[in-house]
Structures are given as structure tokens and as C-alpha cells.
Ligand binder design. Structure first.
Ligand SMILES: N[C@@H](CCC(=O)N[C@@H](CS)C(=O)NCC(=O)O)C(=O)O
Length: 199
């Protein structure tokens, strides 16, 4: 059984979506976190080293996994039935790992840099400006319909949820490929169900 440490309307919400896509046995444990507005507090019940969400605990062996791409990979490896995480030996495995890592290594910092109006020094920063990252994402989606091509994967849970939040806003100008991708993501039954469970 997987326990998801979760705070409603946070980065852990999409882990409910992923668990639903996987058809995995899980329970949700709601915890408090520190919020950007200064409210909230670290929950002593939360095993994350910095009191953040998401985190999962696997009762099969006591594993605690944090950081969104690590959780996605752990879960798709553990629950392969629905095939939304290419396995070792699958030709899409490399692309899958790359998109998972690119999410927290490049795309999130790119958006944050833009939000904070902070320069991204080429040669020192490990990420790029969002104006360089997004054309790559859009080109891939145009070849799509999903990031890995014909088949939806857990990487789409990360990108779909993020692009749904930013699309058409000040950080991400409207784009037909993104709009269509977000629509495809949000129409998925597992996403719809997760919305109802977010709390
Ligand atoms: N790199 C982490 C980020 C997790 C994260 O920052 N989560 C936010 C919620 S959206 C949080 O827990 N914030 C509370 C805090 O920073 O103490 C991941 O992708 O899993």
C-alpha cells in the first residue's frame, strides 16, 4: 500500500492523478505545509526532509520517496500494469527519464526565473530561459500527441498539470499545441477522479 502525504491544491495533487492512472492501491494522508504567504507549518507527521509535499511511503518495504520525478518513476516501475512508464529495454525509456528529470531540472526553474524576473546565466545555471525551454516542449507536443509520442505516460502528468496552470497566463502565452495538450490531459478520467479526491 502506498501512502501519499498530500496537501490539497499543491504539487501533491497530481500524484493523486498519477496513482489513479496506475490503478495503484493507495491512501491519502493530508498534512500541513508552509505556504508562500507565510501561513501554515511543517507537519511532524510528514517524512519529507524539508516538510514538503509530495512524499510517498511504501508499506511493502518502508521506502520513503520524495521529489516528484523520483515518485513518478518509483510508482510506474512498481505498478507497470497500465504501461504509463516505459521499462528498461523499452525504446522510450531514455526519453521518459529525460522528460521526468527535465521537469524539475529545467522547466520548473525556467518558469520560476521568469516569475522572479531573474536572469538565467548561460554557462552557470543548469536550466535555460523559459523562452528556450517551451519551444522544445511545443515541438515535441506537435509531434505528439503526448510527450513520448503515441502513448500517454507519467511525464504527461507532470507537464499537463503544470501547463494547465500556466497556459494563457503571464508566464506562458496562448499556444494551440499547449491548449490542445492541456485539454487532452484534463479530459482523462483519472484526472477527473483525482480532482474530486484532492480535498
Ligand atoms: N522539488 C519538489 C518541490 C516540492 C514543493 O516545493 N512542494 C510545495 C507544495 S506545492 C511545498 O511542499 N512547499 C512547502 C515548503 O516549501 O515548505 C518536488 O517537485 O517534489
Amino acid at each position: 500500500m502506498i501512502t501519499l502525504y498530500h496537501t490539497p491544491k499543491s504539487r501533491s495533487s497530481r500524484m493523486i492523478w498519477l496513482l489513479e492512472e496506475l490503478g495503484a492501491p493507495y491512501e491519502i494522508k493530508t498534512v500541513t505545509i508552509r505556504r508562500a504567504d507565510g501561513t501554515g507549518a511543517v507537519d511532524p507527521a510528514n517524512p519529507h526532509p524539508h516538510g514538503k509535499v509530495p512524499v510517498i511511503r511504501d508499506s511493502d518495504d518502508g521506502s520513503v520517496v520524495f521529489e516528484t520525478p523520483a515518485i513518478a518513476l518509483y510508482l510506474t516501475d512498481k505498478f507497470p500494469r497500465n504501461g504509463i512508464g516505459p521499462k528498461v529495454g523499452d525504446g522510450k525509456r531514455g526519453a521518459y527519464l529525460s522528460w521526468l528529470s527535465y521537469y524539475t531540472g529545467v522547466l520548473e526553474p525556467a518558469f520560476l526565473s521568469k516569475f522572479l524576473n531573474t536572469p538565467v546565466p548561460r554557462g552557470s545555471a543548469g536550466w535555460v530561459v523559459v523562452e528556450e525551454a517551451m519551444p522544445f516542449v511545443i515541438k515535441t507536443l506537435n509531434e505528439g500527441p503526448w510527450l513520448l509520442g503515441e502513448k500517454f505516460s507519467a511525464a504527461d502528468v507532470l507537464y499537463g498539470s503544470t501547463l494547465a496552470m500556466f497556459a494563457g497566463g503571464p508566464l506562458l502565452p496562448p499556444n494551440p499545441a499547449i491548449d490542445a495538450y492541456v485539454k487532452r490531459c484534463l479530459e482523462r478520467p483519472a484526472y477527473q477522479k483525482a480532482q474530486g479526491l484532492d480535498g
